[in-house]
Design a binder for this molecule. Structure first.
Ligand code: GRF
Length: 190
């Protein structure tokens, strides 16, 4: 029986895409579901392209019902991968999947993390601070934004004159390379 991955994403889903590609012909794991709080998220189109089922939910369902826990339970999900997912994960999900929910952040946490630190704001803050290096962090999810135990970090240099687009691109390259492998390694231990 293959291990089953659920991906939560709110936007474009380029990381979700890399994970779906990586596990498409994998012997031991598969992406079983892509979930989004945003009915217009491009990630849903990407999931369709891979013939991965999708589930769209609203905030009320997420925070005040057990619908999502039940959906995941029915599909025997082993790991939850957040990939550009903007909502805080509620307690019922954290309790049901202890140390089985992970997130990726486009900076070297604990720097440049926390509520409101997402998307271009992160890269702009890094450039404003004239950092010479940045990176990515993959971490377990807890009840606070970006505070769970770090699983993996990778770094890149920021060269003088690097634009926000360049910094973002360097980070994305690392995310796309490492996130699927980190998911695979965690699944091996489960
Ligand atoms: C990534 O940079 C990730 O670190 C952050 O949100 C972004 C999602 O990008 N959590 P995408 O939707 O996977 O392209």
């Amino acid at each position: 029986m293959k291990k089953r991955i659920a991906i939560f994403a709110s936007g474009s889903g380029s990381n979700a895409q890399k994970i779906m590609e990586y596990f498409k012909y994998h012997d031991h794991a598969e992406v079983a579901l892509v979930l989004s709080n945003n009915p217009d998220a491009y990630v849903l189109q990407r999931a369709d392209n891979f013939e991965v089922p999708t589930h769209v939910f609203d905030k009320h369902e997420f925070y005040h019902t057990d619908t999502i826990v039940n959906v995941l339970d029915k599909l025997n999900i082993d790991i939850i991968v957040l990939a550009g997912f903007i909502l805080l994960v509620p307690k019922n999900l954290l309790q049901k999947y202890p140390n089985k929910i992970i997130n990726i952040h486009p900076a070297l946490l604990p720097a440049y993390g926390g509520k409101g630190m997402y998307g271009d704001r992160v890269h702009q803050a890094i450039l404003d601070a004239k950092e010479e290096e940045s990176g990515i962090t993959i971490h377990f999810v807890n009840e606070h934004f970006d505070e769970g135990e770090v699983i993996y970090q990778a770094r890149f240099r920021i060269e003088p004159g690097d634009s926000i687009e360049i910094v973002k691109f360097k980070g994305q390259q690392l995310e796309h390379l490492h996130y699927p492998k980190v998911v695979e390694n965690l699944l091996k231990k489960m």
